[in-house]
Design a protein around this ligand. Structure first.
Ligand code: DGJ
Length: 466
């Protein structure tokens, strides 16, 4: 027999209506919600931690640990130039920055940014222990002893010939300004191609897509602009397909051009140019995913955002699918890569030929949303990191057999003499927790950190082989 305790107060739960009942429901719901949140946090923490642990185990790979050593760089500002007291009175001197020095052709420290021919890296005449060492910013000679001309370029690994091909802007001509306000330019000469088995010794394969000398209406007429050529292989059509930025001297045409060849060393047949998806398109790149689908990514809407969309099966055109990403962020020079199912990208800001700060971005789907992860540059010094080591991204090359390790390829533009622009190749690794992710899952970053390490001189791990 149940004895009713007449002194027991009726619980709020048992009440049928009234504010007390409501209050208690709210309190219990809140408690439930908090418990669930806590559980979710724990779960996502474990998830993220295991992802981070997985990727940081890559960083502990002894093969690449020396690439990840942080190297400092100390650049002293030159003493201020002497000015006559009259000049000083007329125009008080603004404090100069290292970027001003970098852009000043007559700077006393120019040799730091653009070391002379005396220090050129010559793979054919490398003595002893100099072999296979990259020297970012130093002149780099091909197998014939000429400075490599492959600016704004990218690399294709050709499985058929087991060879790397480096394509880029062949800029070996005089720099001039088409008019007073025009950007520094070199007439179009064409797309240069170099081949290599070791990613260090490069043989000149010639100009695989030459400029048009006479027909002024042709996209490739020398008075126009051809920038950032990239080549991918189409397994279905057995064609090498090149996409590039095509423009007029004032950058108002803002289009992409497409060319095709049945050989990696060309010649490439130029097909057409267009504004992809009907939008203006300037800095661009293409990316071939593991499933064979290729994508075009380009700066659009006056460089204020990026657009990304798949190419058709032949890689000869875009489709109607396109997503706008990094809207309002004014990024260019996109260099896309993938690691463990996550897409990553390095971009630059928009400051013409002058260097600026790189950003890393990540996405679960290539079509976005893309998140910012902050500046990936490590080492050098503050100004090195704030200027992408005085260079601008162009391509990120995965190192086969070293998951999570890549070569970051960038251009150190020399607007006074564009043909003398330098290559800044540095190790890029994906691993460890991102330090400045915009997207947090209850306090834990969603992405692995992308790091680009400054080195004055470095080489691929000695046991790495193409
Ligand atoms: C920045 C771009 O990234 C380069 O490819 C080139 O178009 C320059 N602007 C021209 O100023």
């Amino acid at each position: 027999m149940r004895i009713r305790n007449k002194y027991r107060k009726p619980t709020a739960l048992r009440c049928i209506a009234g504010s007390r009942c409501l209050m208690s429901n709210v309190v219990w719901s809140l408690v439930g919600l908090l418990v669930m949140l806590h559980l979710y946090t724990l779960l996502s923490h474990t998830n993220v931690q295991s992802r981070v642990a997985r990727s940081s185990s890559i960083s502990r790979n002894p093969l690449i640990s020396e690439l990840e050593e942080v190297e400092e760089e100390n650049i002293q500002m030159p003493p201020p130039r002497r000015r006559s007291p009259r000049a000083a009175k007329r125009k008080p001197k603004k404090p100069t920055t290292l970027i001003d020095e970098f852009l000043d052709e007559s700077s006393q420290i120019r040799h730091i940014f653009f070391p002379s021919m005396k220090t050129a890296v010559d793979p054919m005449n490398a003595v002893g222990n100099e072999s296979l060492y990259y020297h970012p910013g130093q002149i780099w000679l091909d197998t014939e002893g000429n400075p490599i001309q492959a600016h704004g370029g990218g690399i294709l690994y050709d499985g058929i010939s087991r060879t790397y091909y480096w394509y880029g802007e062949y800029k070996d001509g005089p720099t001039y300004h088409a008019h007073k306000k025009g950007a520094a330019r070199v007439d179009v000469i064409g797309v240069g191609c170099y081949s290599s088995k070791d990613l260090w010794t490069w043989k000149n394969e010639g100009i695989v897509l030459p400029a048009e000398e006479n027909d002024e209406t042709h996209d490739l007429h020398k008075s126009n602009v051809l920038e950032r050529p990239k080549v991918i292989y189409n397994d279905k059509t057995a064609n090498y397909v090149m996409w590039m930025h095509i423009d007029d001297a004032n950058y108002t045409k803002a289009s992409v051009g497409v060319a095709v060849s049945d050989s990696p060393t060309g010649p490439f047949d130029y097909l057409f140019s267009k504004r992809p998806h009907g939008f203006d398109s300037r800095d661009m790149s293409i990316f071939k995913d593991d499933d064979g689908v290729a994508y075009l990514i380009y700066s659009s809407d006056d460089n204020s955002e990026l657009h990304i969309g798949p190419l058709n099966e032949e890689y000869l055109d875009v489709t109607h699918v396109m997503k706008r990403i990094l809207i309002g962020q004014h990024r260019e020079a996109p260099a896309l890569f993938k690691h463990e199912g996550t897409y990553y990208m390095i971009t630059s800001g928009c400051t013409g030929w002058a260097p600026n700060e790189a950003l890393a971005h990540a996405a679960e789907s290539i079509m976005g949303p893309w998140e910012n992860m902050g500046n990936p540059c490590i080492g050098g010094n503050k100004i090195f990191r704030a200027t992408t080591f005085f260079a601008q991204s162009t391509f990120v090359l995965p190192l086969s057999g070293l998951p999570g390790s890549f070569i970051f390829m960038a251009d150190r533009w020399n607007p006074a003499d564009l043909r003398d622009s330098r290559y800044v190749w540095l190790p890029l690794t994906v691993g460890g927790a991102a330090d400045q992710p915009f997207d947090y899952s209850f306090g834990f970053p969603l992405w692995s950190r992308v790091s680009i390490y400054w080195h004055k001189r470095w080489r691929l791990p000695s046991r790495w082989s193409a």
